[in-house]
Ligand binder design. Structure first.
Ligand SMILES: *Cc1c(COP(=O)(O)O)cnc(C)c1O
Length: 372
């Protein structure tokens, strides 16, 4: 058993890149629901997915997501398994029909590479912009992007979780379906959702535990899909079954509902959530910028993510020392993604401003001692 002097984790200071920290008030409700859900009298782990109660949970979650994003019922809201990775395939399997032109993709980071790799198993595609030669340190400007009018769809990732790059605008043309992986910034701010044709976001970065992925799909996209898709891989099966095509992840869906209620009732909607998230990000980026180059942000300033703050120290030795000292001080999850190393502070919705203030204080302290 590790002793408390070497390991000192703390839920309130969990900067994990994913699964990410959830709000304490939600964790308290989840803890109670493991024993019994108040309205039902049963453990959340033993309630049938065919119960009326669960059907009402799914409905309330759909309605709450629609309300938070300002979407009308020309959009379907689905709760699927398979993570964002399954969507990397389901999108090209579903959206190519009838088009001879190639779908267009942006290659902006680690998760884009994964999306491209899966899409290429299904179709040739056009990479509109590639940030790999710049080591994914920035995002494209408008003048670097030429979208074609006849592409079956445009795919991009709104927030590159590993590199900490986030688009501050909606990309593409209004006459080409926009498809966006919002896994790591979904419900962190208003996002002009109705300008997209398909949005997907798994829960485990910002809005719940692993196991469920939210897919928002515009009704008109359904009319042209191939008819020979396996049942589970056909969005229409899930729409018809009200996200109950086969046994859904009841627990994960329930927790996402608790988060959605928290966003609406306790936070007061996405504009308020954005204000809080902006303040957290501003504190951290100020700590980088005021460190005289001791902490170097990975992302170009205009493209800095409000969710994932990735940075380096002068050398790997100091990075290891920083991570060890941060663990000692009760901070968790600060190691950069294994693909890029360094340090990454993920500041998802559930992480409070206070924790970020504590981290920046720790960072100033650490830098001062290291420079001496
Ligand atoms: C984490 C992440 C993924 C991978 O999601 P899985 O649910 O593990 O398949 C995909 N896209 C983005 C943007 C991510 O941050």
């Amino acid at each position: 058993m590790p002793t408390s002097t070497t390991i000192n984790p703390n839920n309130a200071r969990n900067f994990s890149g994913g699964p990410g920290a959830l709000p304490q008030s939600v964790l308290t409700q989840v803890q109670a629901a493991i024993q019994n859900v108040p309205e039902v009298g049963l453990s959340i782990l033993g309630i049938s997915h065919r119960s009326d109660w669960f059907a009402a949970i799914v409905q309330e979650l759909e309605d709450t997501i629609r309300a938070l994003l300002g979407l009308d019922n020309t959009f379907h809201v689905l709760l699927l398994q398979g993570g964002a990775t399954q969507q990397f395939s389901m999108v090209p399997m579903s959206l190519l029909t009838g088009k001879t032109q190639l779908p267009e993709y942006l290659h902006t980071g680690y998760w884009s590479s994964k999306a491209l790799g899966e899409a290429r198993r299904i179709t040739p595609l056009r990479v509109l912009w590639d940030g790999e030669s710049a080591r994914f340190s920035r995002l494209p400007l408008d003048e670097e992007l030429t979208f074609s009018a006849d592409a079956p769809y445009l795919h991009y990732i709104s927030n590159e979780t590993v590199e900490g790059l986030q688009f501050k605008r909606v990309l593409g043309r209004d006459d080409v379906p926009r498809v966006c992986d919002m896994s790591s910034d979904f419900l962190s701010k208003p996002c002009e959702a109705s300008r997209f044709s398909l949005i997907y976001a798994h829960a485990q970065k910002n809005i719940g535990p692993a196991g469920v992925t939210v897919v928002i799909i515009r009704d008109e996209l359904l009319h042209n899909m191939p008819d020979n898709l396996p049942g589970w891989l056909d969005y229409r099966s899930h729409i018809k079954a009200h996200s109950n095509y086969n046994t859904p992840p009841v627990f994960a869906i329930y927790v996402v509902l608790l988060i959605a209620r928290w966003l609406r009732q306790e936070i007061g909607g996405l504009a308020n959530m954005a204000l809080i998230n902006e303040r957290k990000a501003a504190l951290l980026y100020a700590a980088l910028d005021e460190s005289d180059g001791f902490y170097r942000g990975r992302a170009a300033k205009p493209d800095r993510s409000m969710m994932n703050v990735a940075f380096n120290l002068p050398n790997e030795h100091q990075e290891r020392a920083f991570l060890a000292a941060s663990r000692q001080a009760g901070f968790a999850g600060l190691a950069g993604h294994r693909a890029v190393g360094g340090v990454r502070a993920s500041i998802y919705n559930g992480l409070e401003l206070n924790a970020v203030a504590q981290l920046t204080e720790f960072m100033r302290d650490f830098a001062q001692k290291a420079k001496r």
